[in-house]
Design a protein around this ligand. Structure first.
Ligand SMILES: C[S@@+](CC[C@H](N)C(=O)[O-])C[C@H]1O[C@@H](n2cnc3c(N)ncnc32)[C@H](O)[C@@H]1O
Length: 495
């Protein structure tokens, strides 16, 4: 039996659990939902079960236990064999599951734990003549199973987006990313459009780049660059290495993830989500589909805010990034300010209405910031949504934001290309100005006298933003042009 992937054995950490190990909670307090996923071709079987919770520190679908001498994955397989009739002994199996506890009637879990293993069950599946036979052979206990069906990976992604599966940020931040890596990059799915690598002529960077570029020419405006990025990611080398080693012979196993990346890009998905990163203001930010991919045009906002910090010679400066997304603005501002104005004592806040986006921002702060600290808060603009959090400050010296400002209909059209950016990050209501209005209104009473506000918008709502800022009593209102010469960044000063 070959275990090919165990997400957690190396990552188990008692702190990830909110119920102490060994403590037992009963069904009236929590529902335990267990998802067992079994792969069939490019689909997964998802089952959901409800049980009392038993905490043993290992995966236990029905509160079983790990026997002496057993490893956790062996226990998981044995219990699955007992539960659903699969006998994986001596068979490679592929297998992934997670479970979470949800307080009755409450959507967000107040306790959660997940585990995952992937085993290769391909030969097990081959033992059955058809999918139907395979299903029939699973011996689910009907009163335990809430739902069992095959789902595509896209369905799984949407379950996740709807909060019905794996609020992973509360336990193990990289779970979703690692899952995708396991599913796509390790080629657990047979790739529909992947060439038979063994027949690929001369597996070299040059040939792969050309092949990828051709595949992407219809959907991407930068097929050459995309293909090059995917090769660098696949081989873990930088661009200059790839360009200077065009004829390097490559082994099929080294390049499988390249084909997955090309496939994903062909659906329109952003390059940054596929690689999981985006460069902004000289830093590399982790990104996933919960956050807008940082745009180089927003670097102007960082420059202007840092410039404004130059007005302060000493003392404490309070700044806030509203609608922080990946955290690219606040993190870049602070890194730059530490370098240029080391004497300044900056107290920084950053808010977002999306907890998933905040998880990404926190992760970026943890990897990119050095001594800078940021208070991340779950807020509707400035207003905390989580009452247990510390109160927010009542005044700031500098407020800045790149809020959602695209008219709803336009945003819907934009997203049809499959890029995968969150609607929440774009949708500014019918005229695109809803967020600009709320932000300005709330900011007008929170900015100190002489304080500055910076709002990034589309060129089509810059004039609206200028008028609005003047209406709310801001002076010296001015719009600055971005790299492309478009009026995108509006500043006002509180009188
Ligand atoms: C255009 S994105 C900007 C992200 C990031 N600041 C950047 O420049 O890349 C807008 C962000 O606003 C967040 N957002 C939307 N409505 C919000 C609200 N009412 N309060 C706080 N954040 C909100 C979205 O979740 C999204 O992360």
């Amino acid at each position: 039996m070959g275990e090919i992937f165990d997400l957690f054995d190396g990552e188990r950490n008692f702190l990830f659990r909110q119920i102490p190990k060994g403590e037992r909670k009963n069904h009236s307090e929590f529902n335990l939902i267990v998802h067992i996923w079994l792969q069939w071709g490019d689909k997964f079987l998802i089952t959901q079960r409800a049980h009392d919770i038993f905490w043993g520190g290992y995966w236990q679908p029905t509160g079983g236990h790990v026997r002496a001498g057993e490893l956790s994955f062996q226990a998981a397989l044995r219990e699955t064999a007992e539960e659903i009739g699969i006998n994986p002994v001596n068979l490679p199996s592929r297998y992934l599951f997670s479970y979470k506890c949800v307080a009755d009637g409450v959507k967000r879990p107040n306790s959660f734990f997940l585990d995952a293993w992937l085993f290769d069950i391909s030969s097990l599946v081959e033992d059955h003549k058809s999918q139907k036979d395979f299903f029939a052979s699973l011996n689910f206990q009907p009163d335990e199973v809430i739902d069992g069906r095959f789902a595509t990976f896209d369905e799984i992604k949407s379950l996740h987006a709807d909060g019905l599966f794996m609020p992973f940020e509360e336990t193990y931040e990289n779970f979703w990313q690692d899952l995708q890596f396991a599913l796509f990059n390790k080629s657990l799915f047979p790739e529909k459009n992947a060439p038979d690598i063994s027949e690929f002529p001369n597996l070299t960077p040059k040939n792969l780049r050309a092949w990828g570029e051709k595949k992407l020419s219809e959907i991407s405006s930068t097929p050459q660059l995309d293909s090059l990025i995917f090769i660098t990611e696949t081989l873990g080398k930088d661009k200059s290495f790839i360009l200077t080693n065009p004829f390097l012979p490559l082994a099929p196993d080294e390049v499988r993830s390249f084909f997955s990346m090309i496939n994903r890009r062909q659906t329109g998905e952003c390059v940054a989500y596929i690689t999981g990163k985006k460069s902004f203001f000289n830093h590399e930010f982790f990104v996933n589909p919960h956050v807008l991919v940082p745009k180089s045009d927003s670097e102007l906002l960082v420059e202007k805010v840092v410039e404004a910090l130059g007005d302060f010679t000493s003392g404490e400066v309070k700044i806030i990034d509203v609608c922080t997304g990946s955290g690219c603005l606040i993190i870049s501002v602070l890194r730059e300010a530490s370098r240029i104005f080391p004497q300044l004592k900056i107290k920084a806040w950053a808010t977002d209405i999306s907890p998933e986006a905040l998880a990404v921002a926190k992760k970026n702060a943890a990897t990119i910031c050095e001594n800078e600290e940021i208070n991340f808060r779950h807020c509707n603009f400035f207003r905390p949504l989580d009452q247990s959090r510390d109160e927010m400050p009542q005044s700031y010296d500098i407020i800045f934001s790149n809020p959602p400002y695209v008219p709803k209909k336009v945003a819907e059209e934009l997203l049809k290309d499959g890029r995968g950016e969150p609607m929440l990050a774009l949708d500014g209501g019918e005229d695109g100005c809803d967020a600009i209005r709320s932000l300005t209104e709330q900011a007008s009473s929170l900015l100190k006298k002489g304080g500055k506000i910076f709002i990034e918008t589309g060129e089509y709502n810059a004039e609206f933003t200028r008028n609005l800022l003047s209406e709310f009593g801001f002076s010296q209102v001015e719009t600055f042009a971005d790299l492309g010469g478009l009026p995108r960044l509006t500043r006002g000063i509180k009188d």
